[in-house]
Design a protein around this ligand. Structure first.
Ligand SMILES: Nc1ncnc2c1ncn2[C@@H]1O[C@H](COP(=O)(O)OP(=O)(O)O)[C@@H](O)[C@H]1O
Ligand SMILES: [Mg+2]
Length: 289
């Protein structure tokens, strides 16, 4: 009896499992960028990939997309090797710039998403017009559907490229720094829209960012990358002094204030013999040499 119960629990877990990364190692130009990464994401989870510049966030997304050769380890999506699913994962790369005079409307860009695959759109999800309309609705983009893409605000452009990535209803959507260069209001609009997508469409969303704060109200999981290694779990488990100090390899303090989180590395001047003379004078009242 107990074996029956455990096998049905196991099957249920497998149905939920969407992305499984195991023992992943990536080297670029002979330098280790990701070391032994292990994590899994379930269907309908909102996950942030947090790390400083150069931590390896884009590299990890490219590895999941099959664009970055891996040295060792496996990446499986819905139980299949990620390389077999190329073109079926939604991806919004960082820094897309559109010329204001580009004669391309938002709805044209979204429709191009149906044709991006070399096999073409196979009509699984209804006709082209309804697929484009659904993707535009998912990002609240009907109001700017007929405007030129290069003339939209930054936040609207980001929603347009997300609709482009969503139009084929991928089970997994990867977004690289979608909040960079957005003002406070556009950031909130975008994050709420992504949260709704995850809840209502059961899409798994993985978002890279260097600041986790705008995402916090919606996050199910957090992957914190530093020095090629990762801490993975829910926000409260990962974002702790001990966990992050271990990851960075030096003391880190986590401050929480009114639902916001600040991660502070150790004072970089600590242990420095040759501090700037002006600092020494200001702090200790002694002039420099
Ligand atoms: N094409 C490349 N050639 C050499 N080094 C690279 C290349 N792409 C990435 N890197 C290095 O890999 C590391 C991780 O980069 P990246 O994944 O872009 O970090 P992030 O997206 O977190 O800012 C960095 O140290 C970066 O310099
Ligand atoms: Mg990057």
């Amino acid at each position: 009896m107990s074996s029956l119960i455990s096998s049905s629990v196991g099957e249920e877990q497998n149905m939920l499992l969407l992305l499984e990364v195991a023992g992943l190692q990536v080297q670029i130009a002979g330098r280790s960028v990701l070391e032994d990464l292990d994590f899994r994401l379930d269907r309908g989870q909102f996950c942030a990939l947090i790390g400083e510049n150069g931590a390896g966030k884009t590299t990890l997304l490219r590895a999941i997309l099959g664009l970055q050769p891996v040295r060792q380890g496996s990446i499986r999506i819905q139980g299949k090797p990620a390389s077999e699913l190329r073109g079926q994962i939604g991806y919004v790369p960082q820094k897309i710039a559109f010329d204001p005079n580009l004669p391309l409307r938002t709805r044209d860009l979204v429709e191009l998403g149906l044709k991006g695959n070399r096999f073409g759109f196979r009509g699984f999800f209804g006709n082209t017009r309804s697929a484009v309309a659904a993707a535009l609705a998912a990002v609240d983009g009907e109001g700017f559907a007929d405007q030129r893409i290069g003339r939209l605000s930054g936040g609207q452009q980001q929603r347009a490229v997300i609709a482009h990535a969503l139009v084929r209803r991928p089970p997994l959507l990867l977004l690289d720094e979608p909040l960079a260069n957005l003002d406070f209001r556009s950031t909130n609009t975008l994050v709420q829209m992504l949260g709704r997508l995850v809840r209502e469409e059961k899409i798994t969303v993985l978002v890279t960012a260097h600041d986790m704060n705008p995402l916090l109200p919606f996050l199910d999981r957090l992957i914190y990358l530093a020095h090629g290694r990762a801490a993975v779990g829910d926000v409260d488990t990962v974002v702790q002094d001990g966990v992050l100090s271990h990851l960075y390899g030096y003391p880190v303090t986590v401050l929480r204030h009114q639902g916001r989180i600040l991660v502070l590395p150790e004072d970089p001047r600590q242990g420095m013999e040759t501090a700037c003379p002006a600092h020494r004078e200001a702090e200790h009242g002694e002039p420099g040499p």
